[in-house]
Design a protein around this ligand. Structure first.
Ligand SMILES: [Zn+2]
Length: 116
């Protein structure tokens, strides 16, 4: 058995691994930079899209129509959820039965407990 040769192989192997690790770290760094740039790109597209939507809302353009519809649906949904959230904010919890009670109510609508 040639120990020198084996030693060289091991050293060589170690070097390979080290290079691979370095390459991987560099790849990770590049992937992070790509991700950051993709985020910037998405933000820029978003801004362009928002501006376009605001300038052309209500206009009929077949190419943009499906996207406009999605925007409209999403905006309506957000408004609906926001309304539900506001309604929840306006309620207080009955200390007696745990029901959600209108913040201005004097008595719990479920158990009649006096609300302060
Ligand atoms: Zn109650």
């Amino acid at each position: 058995m040639d120990w020198d040769q084996i030693g060289q192989k091991i050293t060589g192997f170690g070097k390979d691994v080290s290079d691979k690790v370095k390459e991987t770290a560099e790849m990770v760094r590049l992937r992070q930079r790509i991700c950051a740039e993709e985020d910037k790109l998405a933000d820029a597209y978003r801004s362009i899209g928002k501006l376009y939507y605001e300038k052309h809302e209500g206009e009929i353009d077949e190419d943009y129509m499906p996207h406009f519809e999605h925007v409209g649906e999403a905006k309506a949904a957000i408004e609906e959820f926001q309304g539900q959230l506001n309604e929840l904010k306006k309620t207080k919890i009955c200390p007696e039965c745990g029901a959600a009670v209108d913040e201005n109510a004097s008595f719990c609508s479920k158990c009649g407990h006096k609300m302060n």
